[in-house]
Design a protein around this ligand. Structure first.
Ligand SMILES: NC(=O)c1ccc[n+]([C@@H]2O[C@H](COP(=O)([O-])OP(=O)(O)OC[C@H]3O[C@@H](n4cnc5c(N)ncnc54)[C@H](O)[C@@H]3O)[C@@H](O)[C@H]2O)c1
Length: 270
C-alpha cells in the first residue's frame, strides 16, 4: 500500500452511502491507503456497521446523515471538520434504485410510471448529490483543494436493455426496468462537467465513474440475460471498482477533471 502515486495518507474522504454494498468496499480501500474516512449514511445507527479492518476512532467516523437534508449535511461536515479537517475527497455514492414499498406500477409501462417514484429517485440520486456538492464540495472549494467522485451507472449512459428483464413478466403485464434511475444518473454526467469547470480555478477536481452491474446473488435468469450482454461475460465483483476510487481521490489523477471513467466489462462497447 506504499505507492506514493496512490497514497492517501491522512487525507479526509467523505463517502456517502458508505454502509451499502459498494460504499463499504470504498471505505475499506481508502482506509487501507491511509485515508481518514467519514461515512455519511442515513442507515447509520439503524444497522450494524460492517467490520472494517484497521479502523479506529482515529481514521473512521460513521455519521448518520440524510443527503436530502442540507442541515443534516452541514451537521455532518461540522463534525468532520471538528474531528479532522475539511474533506479532501467526496465520493457521492449514496443512491436509490427503486423506492422501497413502491406501487406495482413501478415496473409497469413508462406511461403509468408513478410520479412519486420519479420524485423520490430523482431526489436522492440527483438533488442529493447536488446538495452534497454544495455543502461539502463548497467547503472543499473554500479550502482550495479536493476531489469529488460522482457515482453513475451504465443505465445513465445508455438505456437499460429491457429484453433482459422481460422474463419477469407476470399475468398482470410486462416488466420494465423503470426510467427514473437512468434519468437521475445521467444528470450527474453534466453536474460533473459543470462543477469541474466551475471549481477548476479553486483546485477542486470533479469526475464521474460509470459502473456496470455488480454480482449480488441475483437470480439465475437475470444473470444469464445480463452476462450475455457483457463482453467480459460476467457481472463485476464488488471489489472491482476500488481501484478507480483510489485513482480519483489520489494525486495519480491530478490532471483529470470533468471526465467519466467507465468500468462496465464492455457493456457500452457494443
Ligand atoms: N450495485 C450495482 O450493481 C451498481 C451498478 C452501477 C452503479 N451503482 C451505483 O453505485 C452506488 C452504490 O450502489 P450500492 O449497490 O452499493 O447501493 P446500496 O443500496 O447497497 O447502498 C446505498 C447506500 O446509500 C444509503 N442512502 C440511500 N439514501 C440515502 C440518503 N438519502 N442519505 C444518506 N444515505 C443514503 C443507503 O442507506 C445505503 O447504505 C450507487 O450510486 C449506485 O447507483 C451500483
Amino acid at each position: 500500500m506504499n505507492d506514493p502515486l496512490f497514497q492517501l495518507d491522512g487525507r479526509v474522504v467523505a463517502v456517502t452511502g458508505g454502509l451499502g454494498q459498494l460504499g463499504r468496499q470504498f471505505t475499506q480501500t481508502l482506509l487501507d491507503r491511509g485515508a481518514r474516512v467519514a461515512i455519511l449514511d442515513k442507515r447509520a445507527g439503524a444497522v450494524e456497521p460492517p467490520e472494517f479492518q484497521n479502523a479506529s476512532g482515529e481514521n473512521l467516523l460513521i455519521l448518520h446523515a440524510d443527503i436530502l437534508q442540507r442541515a443534516s449535511l452541514e451537521h455532518a461536515l461540522a463534525l468532520i471538520e471538528d474531528r479532522w479537517e475539511t474533506p479532501n475527497g467526496l465520493i457521492n455514492n449514496a443512491a436509490l434504485d427503486s423506492p422501497p414499498n413502491s406501487p406495482v406500477e413501478e415496473n409497469g409501462p413508462f406511461e403509468t410510471y408513478p410520479e412519486s417514484s420519479w420524485d423520490q429517485v430523482m431526489a436522492v440520486n440527483a438533488k442529493g448529490v447536488f446538495l452534497c456538492c454544495q455543502v461539502i464540495g463548497g467547503a472543499m472549494a473554500k479550502a482550495g483543494r479536493g476531489s469529488i467522485v460522482n457515482v453513475c451507472s451504465i443505465y445513465g449512459l445508455v438505456s437499460p436493455d429491457q429484453r433482459i428483464y422481460a422474463y419477469r413478466e407476470t399475468d398482470k403485464g410486462p416488466f420494465f426496468k423503470p426510467v427514473a434511475y437512468s434519468a437521475s444518473k445521467s444528470s450527474l454526467l453534466n453536474l460533473t462537467r459543470y462543477l469541474a469547470t466551475y471549481w477548476a480555478p479553486r483546485g477542486v477536481r470533479v469526475n464521474c465513474v460509470t459502473f456496470g452491474g455488480v454480482f449480488n446473488r441475483q437470480d439465475e435468469e437475470f444473470l444469464k440475460g445480463y452476462t450475455a450482454r457483457v463482453p467480459l461475460g460476467r457481472m463485476a465483483r464488488e471489489d472491482e471498482y476500488n481501484g478507480v476510487i483510489v485513482f480519483l481521490t489520489s494525486d495519480a489523477s491530478s490532471y483529470m477533471t470533468g471526465s467519466n471513467v467507465v468500468l462496465d466489462g464492455g457493456w457500452t462497447a457494443w
